[in-house]
Design a protein around this ligand. Structure first.
Ligand code: PMV
Ligand code: MG
Length: 362
């Protein structure tokens, strides 16, 4: 094992949120040029160390046990990291490599100066960067798909209900069409297959495809500076979708179908460079998300997000919430007729921070 250093980018959803948590339903997700960097140094100690100023005031220590790696003092903030170390080490052990202990140092660009998260998917990025750093330190080279699958297994082991689109963006980067895999299939096969066998098999319904970025359209990002809990919003949405059959006119099934058609049309618009189709479908996806959330009494568009969207529309852009909503970021797609400078000034005047990010493709 040798010193290594790896980074993984944050992400933003462009369209297809919520529906993408159901396997096989597509979303468009992009990686952005802000990163989490993980550095690994082998150590001669009899415990591992994690240094992460964003997560812990002091370094935390862990040791291997029959139940996998365990922190010496419990910290729930480290759950994702411990799950990631567990899966990655199990994968390496199947290659007959015995690991010494090591220090992982985590640096994040996904928060502002005061440590508030931008909502760019830091837990996804930290998972992917950690897997890459550990594999690199033992010179094990695998594809982006294998990295994504190891990351997904780490999150799955914690019972995450998410779609793992953040993991795809962090592992593959660029503009992506993403549909998540059949979780039941993976969970049941994980009981009988080795990790290696499992990750080298195709996973039903999983789709991760690069999309050629739209040529004549810019992606603008506004941050509302209020963090939102994706997990809580997804849980509320899924729980109330069970009552659909006898309560609502706008069913969950209908939402899934319309979201799928919308994302497919949007991809067509991007592929054929038709601004009008792209604008139309962003507008439609915003409406579908609003309908779905109103049926479930969830607030996706906070007053600030609503202002972000309406301001962007006044300047001739198409805009929507990005991701779970309820805070975090909104996006605007702007063609060359939009005065971006004036739009951004108007956002700032309304307390919306423009994040000057661009899509990152490795
Ligand atoms: O808020 P974000 O950027 O973490 O995105 C969440 C997107 C959802 O579809 C609502 C959940 C998911 O895991 O895909
Ligand atoms: Mg969010």
């Amino acid at each position: 094992m040798r010193d290594s250093r790896s980074k993984a980018p944050g992400k933003l959803y462009v369209a297809g949120e919520y529906a993408v948590t159901e396997p096989g339903n597509p979303a468009i997700v992009v990686a952005v040029d802000r990163f989490i960097t993980v550095s690994l140094t082998p150590s001669e100690q009899s415990s591992g160390t994690i240094v992460s100023p964003a997560l812990f005031e002091e370094p935390v220590e862990w040791q291997r046990s029959d139940d996998g790696p365990l922190l010496m003092t419990k910290q729930s903030k480290a759950d994702i990291l411990m799950a990631t170390i567990a899966v990655t080490e199990a994968f390496i052990n199947e290659h007959d490599t015995l690991l010494p202990y090591y220090t992982l140092t985590i640096e994040s660009e996904l928060t502002d100066d005061s440590g508030t998260k931008y909502g760019l998917g830091s837990s996804g990025a930290v998972t992917v960067a950690t897997i890459k750093a550990i594999l690199k330190s033992v010179s094990l080279t695998v594809t982006d798909e294998i990295i994504y699958k190891l990351a997904a297994l780490s999150h799955l082991s914690l019972g995450s209900r998410g779609s793992f689109g953040d993991l795809a963006a962090a592992a593959f980067t660029g503009w992506l069409l993403y549909s998540s895999f059949d979780k039941q299939w993976v969970l049941s096969h994980s009981k009988t297959l080795s990790l290696r066998e499992l990750v080298f098999k195709p996973w039903p319904l999983l789709k991760i495809e690069a999309i050629e970025p739209p040529k004549a359209i810019d992606l603008l990002i506004g941050w509302t500076a209020s963090p939102a809990s994706t997990e809580n919003l997804v849980l509320s949405m899924k729980d109330s979708s069970k009552d659909d059959h006898h309560t609502s006119v706008y069913s969950y099934e209908q939402f899934l179908l319309e979201s799928k058609q919308c994302v497919e049309q949007l991809i067509e618009g991007i592929r054929s460079n038709h601004t009008s189709i792209i604008y139309e479908q962003i507008l439609l996806n915003r409406q579908l998300l609003l309908n779905m959330s109103q049926m479930r009494s969830l607030v996706l568009e906070t007053p600030k997000l609503q202002r972000l969207i309406e301001t962007a529309e006044r300047f001739g852009a198409a805009a929507k919430t990005s991701g779970a909503g309820g805070g975090d970021c909104g996006i605007a797609l702007a063609d060359r007729f939009v005065d971006q400078h004036a739009l951004v000034n108007e956002w700032q005047a309304n307390g919306i921070h423009h994040l000057p990010l661009t899509v990152f493709t490795k």
